[in-house]
Design a protein around this ligand. Structure first.
Ligand code: GDP
Ligand code: MG
Length: 295
């Protein structure tokens, strides 16, 4: 294949700036879950856009934080690896952010030879004057980057962004089959949708204490039969998750089912169980079981 372009576009930035919203908008699927809470994204999730003569492989990543748990160390390991294998970086900030308040990864990519698109997201919330002012600040701080005002929510400038990214791609054969649009199996999306509903429905530490495992995924004609275990960190969190008379868990189940039916385009029978995995966020073997380790 001559003149084919392909490469990895890694999306980096602080939590909550809109990285997952961007990837979903570009791919046109709800690949990555989105909430207003920091640390919604825990894994590296690939979203692939295929054209006749190009393949853009996006990586949505956890927001960059200082880890307090082993789980967060793994999350930052995904970020670290993404510094090494990027063909292009999308570094994302939101309006109001400042160059001096960025994590050290920002300084690292400033020193690298890899092309960078610096997206200034959430311009829909601001006046044009503010946008222009901030654009100048970022462009001055990072002269080699292409700074682009953006709104992932309203998909403003998305076509320009894609054209720029394709421009930046190196010549290469495709890395994935042209039919593929993610690296994650169907079961992964089941657990992410349920986790999103937990993030939406519970306060404080409950969402951060939960992990979801899909234990069964069976096609039965037009029906998908799915079972999932929801793990909490402590016995005392179980009744909170389940709620009075099972009400809360039922709500999570119903909301998840509605989204999963859209995602898979099938009727879904969803069964959930709540389990306890003591202190799993600091437990090496549980983290392995939950997919936070490569080996
Ligand atoms: P991530 O942590 O960087 O992946 O951020 P998310 O994609 O999960 O988004 C965090 C929050 O910002 C969510 O509530 C989004 O709806 C919101 N958000 C993302 N992009 C935009 C945008 O362009 N404009 C506005 N107003 N909100 C946005
Ligand atoms: Mg995210």
């Amino acid at each position: 294949m001559s003149n084919h372009k392909a490469g990895y576009v890694n999306i980096l930035g602080k939590p909550n700036v809109g990285k997952s919203t961007l990837m979903n908008a570009l791919i046109g699927e709800r690949l990555s879950i989105i909430t207003s809470k920091a640390q919604t994204t825990r894994h590296r999730i690939l979203g692939i856009i295929n054209g006749d003569d190009y393949q853009l492989i996006f990586s949505d990543l956890p927001g960059i934080i200082k880890p307090a748990y082993k789980m967060q160390e793994s999350m930052m390991e995904f970020v670290r690896n993404s510094l090494d294998d990027a063909d292009v970086f999308v570094y994302m900030v939101q309006m109001g952010d400042k160059p001096e308040n960025q994590p050290e990864e920002y300084e690292k990519i400033k020193k690298m030879k890899v092309p960078v698109l610096l997206l200034m997201n959430k311009i829909d919330l601001f006046e044009t004057n503010d946008v222009n002012e901030q654009e100048l600040i970022w462009q001055t701080d990072f002269p080699q980057a292409k700074v682009m005002p953006f709104s992932a929510k309203f998909n403003l400038n998305a076509n320009i962004l894609l054209l720029d990214l394709i421009e930046f791609l190196p010549e290469s054969e495709p890395y994935f089959d042209k039919e593929e649009w993610t690296d994650k199996p169907e079961r992964f999306f089941v657990t992410e949708v349920i986790r999103e509903k937990i993030l939406m429905n519970y306060k404080q530490e409950i969402p951060y204490s939960c992990e979801v495992v899909c234990t069964s995924f069976v096609e039965d004609g037009d029906l998908l039969r799915i079972s999932a275990d929801i793990y909490v960190e402590r016995e005392s969190q179980k009744p909170i998750l389940i709620g009075k008379g099972g009400e809360m868990l039922k709500k999570v189940g119903t909301q998840s089912r509605v989204d999963l039916e859209k995602f898979f385009g099938k009727k879904i029978f969803l069964e959930t169980h709540v389990r306890v995995a003591d202190n799993w966020r600091n437990n090496e073997s549980m983290l392995r079981k939950f997919g936070y380790r490569d080996h």
